[in-house]
Design a protein around this ligand. Structure first.
Ligand code: ATP
Length: 234
């Protein structure tokens, strides 16, 4: 089997003395969409933050394109070709859409042009001069994803992109994820919306208490639905 694009092995992480990840293991192959599913507080966001180098106390391994990244600074992880789209979207409210799009540096050849990004998200084309504060939640999410596509990143970490959005916008984000996958971009998606996750992703890892406790492909979802409800119920 081909070497994984991202291989996370025995990843432990803690905030101060509070241990959150207890040995996460999973892989993402090139051009694959993989989800981390699990209840609030399971450790999904912490996993993305640890991959990005944003958690100080951690151990294990994060191998991307054959290189160990654990212990590297966030900017080095970004330069290696991983981009993070946080749940809160982090749009700069004082900057226009255009300025937000231009902000992240291009780290790899092959990033999308502004024109390509606007083709993917036509709603943003009408909003280029609008300040970030004036955007709807859906537009903010599109800008947050569009912004990282310019960088040329080959692995996108998307934290709950469907959260709080109308079904029609969620559908548009799902279609965008499929288009990115078709370009060979790999996506690690944190989600609680199982319907959205199973519609867009190839494989899933269920996270509980900072560990992967189950894994299945989207084609197995129908057989797993009772188990999945149990995993995700509060
Ligand atoms: P959610 O959807 O609620 O974000 P999650 O699975 O992404 O869920 P995390 O955000 O990774 O979960 O949080 C895991 C645990 O770590 C939670 O108990 C949370 O309270 C704790 N935690 C998160 N960030 C910090 C922090 N900066 N300092 C201390 N504890 C934190």
């Amino acid at each position: 089997m081909a070497e994984a694009h991202l291989r996370v092995g025995d990843l432990h992480a803690q905030y101060g003395e509070s241990r959150i990840l207890h040995g996460m293991n999973f892989t993402v192959h090139r051009g694959e969409v993989v989800t981390l599913l699990g209840r609030n507080g399971a450790g999904k966001t912490t996993t993305l933050r640890a991959i990005m180098g944003l958690v100080a106390r951690k151990s294990g391994s994060v191998v991307f394109e054959g290189r160990e990244l654990l212990g590297r600074l966030p900017e080095a992880v970004a330069r290696a070709g991983i981009a993070w789209c946080p749940e809160e979207r982090a749009i700069f409210s004082g900057l226009t859409v255009q300025e937000n799009l231009m902000l992240p540096p291009v780290v790899r050849p092959g990033g999308m042009s502004i024109q390509e990004i606007l083709t993917l998200f036509p709603n943003l084309a009408q909003r280029m001069k609008s300040p970030g504060t004036k955007l709807s939640g859906g537009e903010q999410q599109m800008l947050a994803i569009g912004r990282i596509l310019r960088t040329g990143a080959q692995l996108l970490l998307l934290d709950e992109p469907s959260e709080g959005l109308a079904p029609v916008i969620i559908e548009q984000i799902g279609l965008t994820i499929q288009k990115l996958k078709a370009r060979g971009i790999s996506i690690l998606l944190v989600e609680q919306n199982v319907r959205f996750a199973t519609g867009v992703a190839d494989r899933h890892y269920v996270v509980e208490h900072g560990e992967v406790v189950d894994t299945f492909s989207s084609t197995e979802v129908d057989n797993k639905s009772a188990q999945l409800s149990a995993y995700l119920s509060v």
